[in-house]
Design a protein around this ligand. Structure first.
Ligand code: HEC
Length: 170
């Protein structure tokens, strides 16, 4: 009986069984944690890109282009001062309805709106015709103008986010 030789005979076997494979396993585990974190951050960035509030300040050039579209189309109902007309056309100036969900406005402009809506405590039950003839860029510009006028809280749309929002109802 030689206890030492049995010890040394076992040790290399258990070494081969644990240490080398544990060393090779540790790296892929770390890598997969990093990859999982990276994958998580991608959809978060993707969502932020469609929210006008998260895209920083609007450019003066875009607001100027948007004012032109507004003065050709929207003013007829919503008026130059954005206040609309009682019972007929809701205000865009400081509209709580607009502020609550600016993305929804892309759908309204490109598909129209029919039926009761409450804006700043007043009910409107009318119909806005869709302005589907406007390009993604024109919709982005006019809504950016609206969001940055009459004391509204700012933000801006890109043509790409308008394209996404006008094809998928939120
Ligand atoms: C022919 C009149 C008319 C025109 C032109 C028009 N709208 Fe409207 N708009 C309305 C009416 C009416 C409503 C409310 C519809 C309802 O009662 O369901 C409305 C609702 C809205 C709303 C949601 C309610 C609010 O006040 O926040 C937004 C945003 C809006 N319009 C933006 C625009 C923009 C931007 C344009 C120009 C591209 C435009 N509208 C052109 C008549 C019009």
């Amino acid at each position: 009986m030689k206890p030492e030789s049995t010890e040394t005979g076992r040790e290399p076997r258990s070494d081969r069984g644990i240490s080398p494979s544990a060393r090779t396993r540790r790296f892929p585990l770390l890598l997969s944690v990093i990859l999982a974190l990276a994958a998580l951050s991608v959809p978060v960035r993707g969502l932020a890109a469609t929210s006008p509030q998260d895209q920083g300040p609007a450019s003066a050039a875009q607001i100027k282009r948007g004012r032109k579209v507004f003065n050709q189309i929207c003013f007829a109902c919503h008026q130059h001062n954005g206040l609309g007309m009682p019972h007929l056309f809701p205000p865009l100036a400081k509209s709580d309805f607009l502020k609550a969900d600016p993305d929804r406005a892309v759908w309204i402009v490109t598909h129209g709106l029919v039926g009761p809506v409450t804006v700043n405590g007043k009910q409107f039950n009318s119909a806005m015709p869709s302005q589907q003839q406007l390009s993604d860029e024109q919709v982005a510009d006019v809504l950016t103008f609206v969001l940055n006028s009459w004391g509204n809280s700012g933000g801006h749309f890109t043509a790409a986010s308008v394209h996404e929002l006008r094809t998928h109802k939120g």
